[in-house]
Design a protein around this ligand. Structure first.
Ligand SMILES: [Zn+2]
Length: 273
């Protein structure tokens, strides 16, 4: 049966959006396109067998959802093969189960407005790098269920994915949700809050950090902080003001009291010379 335009377009989207996982050698080039088995059609016909033989019945999805999800999975694992064979597909799914699980996690998030607790659990445990996109929703869902264990797991995945995909340095920890997701304008990428400098300082125990900074950095840099009236704050610690601002550094102003803490330490250090 010739393929419709829509199917071709869908296929293009599927193949660009999802990494093809395992491919056979490129034998399909010479095969007439008319013989190409349509993934969705094949999946619809074999959906029950696919679900039971891959052990994915525990997800408790509707038939339509299973078909939508398995169409993505089979598209990802079929490679260039023009025909589809149940044993081969099931074997490839099982062999790449980690990647398949994270593909399913994203697919469920896209397909469903409402998620059951076990689905949220499955998604949190398998979301991998897509956590960077879905953390706000998953955080809210886990919060509603009071599942602190899932929130902690999400935080771990977030940190891991952030340093792997976004930037080598983590953002500051948000005082509200606890994710390393606070931007230099003090807005949080995960919980959406915007915090005040005061709240941030309190949560980080800023005074102790400042004392440590004043003892550790060169006298010149500590004096610079007093003169400029601010420092840079990051997940690594406090940095003196000036040219060395990093992308994620938060500029925090020093109160008169904080400046005098620095001045006292300078005095103390100079007298010890
Ligand atoms: Zn937050």
């Amino acid at each position: 049966m010739p393929k419709s335009k829509k199917t071709k377009k869908e296929e293009k989207i599927a193949s660009t959006k999802y990494e093809r996982i395992s491919t056979t050698s490129k034998t399909s080039r010479s095969v007439s396109r008319r013989r190409f088995v349509d993934t969705e059609e094949w999946v619809s016909k074999h959906i029950n067998e696919l679900v039971s033989s891959t052990g994915l019945d525990f997800l408790n999805l509707s038939n339509e959802e299973y078909i939508a999800i398995f169409t993505r999975i089979v598209d990802a694992v079929r490679g260039d093969s023009s025909t589809l064979d149940m044993d081969t597909i099931v074997r490839r799914i099982k062999r790449n189960i980690d990647k398949v699980y994270s593909l399913i996690a994203v697919a469920i998030l896209e397909l469903r407005g409402q998620l059951s607790e076990s689905q949220i659990e499955f998604i949190v445990n398998n979301i991998n790098e897509a956590v960077l996109l879905y953390a706000p929703r998953l955080y809210n869902e886990a919060l509603k269920l009071a599942r602190t264990d899932l929130i902690e797991r999400l935080k771990d995945s977030w940190r891991h994915a952030w340093t792997l995909k976004r930037y080598p340095i983590l953002p500051l920890q948000c005082p509200r949700c606890g994710f390393n997701s606070l931007m230099p304008d003090l807005s949080c990428l995960v919980c959406g809050a915007t915090v005040s400098e005061g709240e941030l300082k309190k949560a980080l125990n800023f005074r102790n950090m400042l004392i440590e900074f004043a003892h550790k950095e060169s006298l010149e840099d500590v004096k610079k902080a007093i003169n400029y009236g601010y420092v840079y704050l990051s997940s690594i610690g406090i940095k003196p003001p000036g040219e060395n601002k990093d992308l994620l550094d938060v500029e925090v102003f020093l109160t008169n009291e904080e400046r005098s803490v620095l001045a006292d330490i300078i005095k103390q250090r100079e007298s010890e010379k």
